[in-house]
Structures are given as structure tokens and as C-alpha cells.
Write a protein that binds this ligand. Structure first.
Ligand code: HEC
Ligand code: HEC
Ligand code: HEC
Ligand code: HEC
Length: 145
């Protein structure tokens, strides 16, 4: 009897863990906290990004997307996720604009996504305005003296 229970729990262990690791492989959540900085910029500026805190509030597809034939394609579950700058650079998106934003720079990608949402949210919610999430220092820490 005991043997049977043990054998069963060993089997279910493999089934559950197998399924769990497959699910993980489908949507690797990435790091909880990210320090973003351009590899290509001559004047790099650090942006701090609490990734996990944003994942708790927003959908992956609010920020991540893919590309086909030079055009943006919407995020699909389990897709490969690359660094923003792997596409938002002068080789891949030369001359692309969104309004005044240059999408062939990391600044264009960062501000078009991060800053745009922060401004919109601060406009809607006085508490977030109070927290100054729409100001530069919300993401770019002031240099240490
Ligand atoms: C609010 C925006 C936002 C949301 C929501 C978000 N991410 Fe991200 N994620 C980012 C940014 C920005 C990076 C950093 C990219 C970089 O370094 O260029 C990142 C990085 C990652 C990375 C690491 C990529 C690498 O190569 O370094 C993975 C994996 C990832 N995200 C998965 C997810 C998944 C899965 C979800 C949904 C559960 C999600 N993210 C939700 C913005 C977001
Ligand atoms: C696989 C390539 C690829 C990656 C990786 C990528 N982008 Fe994009 N992104 C594009 C393409 C292509 C467009 C559309 C450009 C055009 O035609 O105007 C785009 C457009 C945008 C726009 C313009 C507004 C819009 O929604 O069309 C923003 C903002 C943006 N990306 C931010 C980001 C951020 C932030 C990241 C990293 C989390 C990121 N992108 C990662 C390819 C990519
Ligand atoms: C879809 C909307 C949205 C996007 C996109 C987004 N954020 Fe945010 N972010 C928020 C909101 C809302 C908060 C405030 C959460 C709170 O305090 O309740 C926040 C908080 C933060 C904070 C903490 C600020 C503080 O003073 O507490 C940082 C840092 C931050 N975001 C950086 C970024 C960066 C960098 C990106 C892009 C890589 C980004 N965010 C993209 C909505 C967004
Ligand atoms: C919501 C977050 C957020 C806010 C607020 C924000 N930025 Fe950014 N900014 C980013 C991200 C993300 C990047 C791209 C990653 C990087 O280069 O640090 C970026 C990039 C930049 C760059 C390009 C740096 C480089 O390496 O090429 C400059 C310059 C910059 N920001 C200035 C500003 C200024 C000035 C303000 C205030 C008006 C501001 N940012 C507000 C998120 C933000």
C-alpha cells in the first residue's frame, strides 16, 4: 500500500512539475527589477524599472511586441521577448517616428511606452500626480554627489 502511494506521488510529481516547467517556458517573466541603459548611446542615462510591480498591474502586451516585415506585431503568449534596443536602433527602424519620438532610439521606445503611460496615469489619478510619476526623476535617478 505504502509503495503504491509513493509510486503514485512520484508519478504525479513528474506530471505536475513537468507541466509547471512547460508553463514557465511559455512565459518566462524575466527579472523582477531591471536597470535599463543604452548600449549604443554616447550619453547613456540609467532608467530604473520595477518590472514585477508592472507585471502585477499590466499585461505583457502593453509593453512587449514583435516584428514582421519591419512592422510591429501584437504580443502573443509565449513569444520570444528581446531587449527593446535589439529592434529600436538605427539599423532596424531607421527614420521611424511616432509623433516627435524617434523610434530608432532607445529613448523613443522608452518614452513612447513608459513616459506616455506615466503621463496619462498622472493626468487621471491625482495620487499618482502627487507621486510625480510623470517627472524625469521617477525613472532616471539623480546622479550621486
Ligand atoms: C510595463 C511594461 C512591461 C510589462 C507589463 C511587462 N514587461 Fe517584460 N520587460 C519590459 C521592459 C522594458 C524590459 C527590459 C527590456 C530591455 O532591457 O530592453 C522587459 C524585459 C523582459 C524580459 C527579459 C528580456 C531580455 O532579453 O532581457 C522578459 C523575459 C520579459 N520582460 C517578460 C515579460 C512577461 C512574460 C510579461 C507579462 C507577464 C512582461 N514581461 C510584462 C517591460 C514590460
Ligand atoms: C522585435 C522587434 C521589437 C522589439 C523587441 C521591440 N519593438 Fe517596439 N516596435 C517595433 C516596431 C517594428 C514598431 C513599429 C515601428 C513603425 O513602423 O512605426 C515598434 C513600435 C514601438 C512604439 C511606437 C508606438 C506603437 O505602439 O506603435 C513604441 C513606444 C515601442 N515600440 C516601444 C518598445 C519597447 C518599450 C520595447 C521593449 C519593451 C520594444 N518596443 C521592443 C519593434 C520592436
Ligand atoms: C501601462 C502604464 C505604464 C507603463 C507602460 C510603465 N509604467 Fe511605470 N508605473 C505605472 C504606474 C501606474 C506606476 C505607479 C504605481 C503606484 O505607485 O501605484 C508606475 C510606477 C513606476 C515606478 C516607481 C515610481 C515611484 O516613484 O514609485 C518606476 C521607477 C517606473 N514606473 C518606471 C517605468 C519604466 C522605466 C517603464 C518603461 C520601461 C514604465 N514604468 C512603464 C505605469 C506604467
Ligand atoms: C516613465 C519612465 C521615464 C520617465 C518619466 C522619463 N524617462 Fe527618459 N527614458 C526612459 C527609458 C526607459 C529610457 C531608455 C533606457 C535608457 O536609455 O535609460 C529613457 C531614455 C532617456 C534618454 C536617452 C538616454 C540614452 O541612453 O540615449 C534621455 C536623454 C532621457 N530619457 C531623458 C529624460 C528626461 C529629460 C525626462 C523628463 C522630461 C525623462 N527622460 C523622463 C524612461 C523615462
Amino acid at each position: 500500500m505504502l509503495k503504491k502511494i509513493l509510486a503514485c506521488s512520484v508519478v504525479s510529481f513528474f506530471i505536475f512539475c513537468g507541466v509547471a516547467s512547460l508553463a514557465n517556458a511559455a512565459a518566462d517573466p524575466g527579472p523582477a527589477d531591471i536597470k535599463m541603459v543604452s548600449e549604443k548611446s554616447k550619453k547613456p542615462k540609467v532608467a530604473l524599472f520595477p518590472h514585477k510591480a508592472h507585471q502585477d498591474k499590466f499585461k505583457c502586451g502593453d509593453c512587449h511586441h514583435g516584428m514582421a516585415d519591419g512592422k510591429k506585431v501584437d504580443y502573443v503568449d509565449g513569444q520570444e521577448i528581446g531587449k527593446c534596443e535589439s529592434c529600436h536602433n538605427k539599423d532596424k527602424l531607421a527614420g521611424k517616428l511616432k509623433g516627435k519620438l524617434k523610434l530608432d532610439t532607445i529613448k523613443g521606445a522608452g518614452h513612447g511606452n513608459c513616459l506616455a503611460c506615466h503621463k496619462e496615469m498622472a493626468k487621471k489619478d491625482p495620487a499618482l500626480k502627487e507621486k510625480k510619476i510623470d517627472k524625469c526623476a521617477a525613472c532616471h535617478p539623480k546622479k550621486k554627489k
